[in-house]
Design a protein around this ligand. Structure first.
Ligand code: SF4
Length: 333
């Protein structure tokens, strides 16, 4: 499980010529470095670069510094995050910015252990920040990086302990003084060259030493996450003022704490006497494919934990899942 010692220099040379121009890549001495890196790392968890860019630009226009962000509130942050999904990230980002400003005087803690204790910062983000901000010899192991490593040694991902692999190869991985660039170059290389499908082997700078490229027995291709299908019934109270009743008391784990109509998981199409069927539609959340039956009822009375929301405009944050329900129900008027 050894890598070739020329790997860092080759990937860095490729990176210098081919890296994308991304708004969070500011100069090494920029005072915005920590804020931009923190914000982008939170946004990029589970989300693609092209989706993140406009959100990043809007955030940094509104909140120019980490301190400004830390003084915001959950309602405003969630509103700005609307459409980006995985809203727990937004709440954690706010909590993390507060802790950095108050406890660490707007600096990143000096040890990996302390960084990992920040809200919303796991193993991957901690390593990314430690390397990017302090130029420390570390690697942020995301899906891209795992793929590059598994391919260059041509060993199945399930058979590799990446922490041990990095430890074993540290003398070959950290041969330059450009640790911060290397953290990023590896991820970029995985995203643009050693892609999940159809890697660009013929033009790749590592092809001479890459075991995947040279082998007749290549490890299998990389599959996207397993898709899971689930069925839900959604029940909407609506009134003549074009309002819909929503509650945050949903029992569905991945929709907890969001404004939603009543929602129940089902095994099959169910008939509900007291509700009118409106339509069936699909909605995807990450690797979940939701098959939704939408029901409605005109009513002025709603259960105690519900509040009325306009189907047209809301100053308060409404997740895109609920907005889709708004669009369907609006067709009744
Ligand atoms: S030669 Fe192909 S498989 Fe090997 S690192 Fe390059 S792109 Fe990836």
């Amino acid at each position: 499980m050894h890598i070739n010692p020329t790997l860092p220099k080759k990937i860095l040379a490729w990176y210098d010529n081919s890296k994308r121009d991304l708004p969070w890549r500011v100069g090494k001495k920029s005072p915005k470095k920590l804020y931009y890196r923190l914000l982008s790392e939170f946004m990029l968890q589970q989300t693609q670069v092209k989706t993140v860019i406009p959100y990043f630009i809007n955030f940094t226009k509104k909140y120019k510094t980490l301190k400004a962000l830390s003084k915001s509130n959950e309602k405003d942050i969630l509103k700005m995050w609307e459409g980006l999904g995985y809203y727990r990230r937004a709440r954690n980002l706010l909590a993390c910015s507060k802790e950095l400003v108050i406890k660490y005087k707007s600096k990143l803690p000096k040890t990996l252990l302390e960084i990992k204790k920040l809200p919303g910062v796991g193993e991957y983000t901690a390593n990314a920040l430690f390397g990017l901000i302090y130029n420390r010899p570390t690697i942020a192991v995301d899906g891209n990086v795992k793929r590059v490593f598994t391919r260059i040694i041509n060993i199945d991902e399930a058979k590799i302990n990446f922490n041990k692999f990095i430890e074993k190869n540290k003398k070959k991985l950290f041969t330059t003084s450009r640790n911060a660039d290397f953290v990023e170059a590896l991820m970029e290389f995985g995203a643009l060259i050693c892609k999940p499908k159809n890697p660009n082997c013929l033009t790749c700078c590592l092809k001479k030493t890459c075991k995947y490229f040279k082998s007749n027995k290549k490890i299998p291709g990389f599959k996207s996450k397993m898709i899971k299908n689930r069925n839900f019934d959604i029940f909407c109270y609506i009134n003549k003022k074009k309002q819909i009743a929503l509650t945050k008391k949903s029992q569905i784990s991945f929709l907890k704490n969001f404004n939603l109509p009543e929602i129940k998981e089902t095994n099959s199409f169910s008939k509900n006497k007291n509700w009118k069927f409106l339509k069936n539609y699909k909605n995807s959340i990450s690797n979940l494919r939701l098959n939704i039956n939408l029901y409605y009822k005109f009513s002025n009375k709603i259960p105690p934990t519900y509040n009325w929301y306009s189907l047209k405009e809301n100053k308060e944050f409404v997740p895109s899942f609920t907005k889709k329900i708004f669009r369907q129900v609006s067709s009744l008027f």
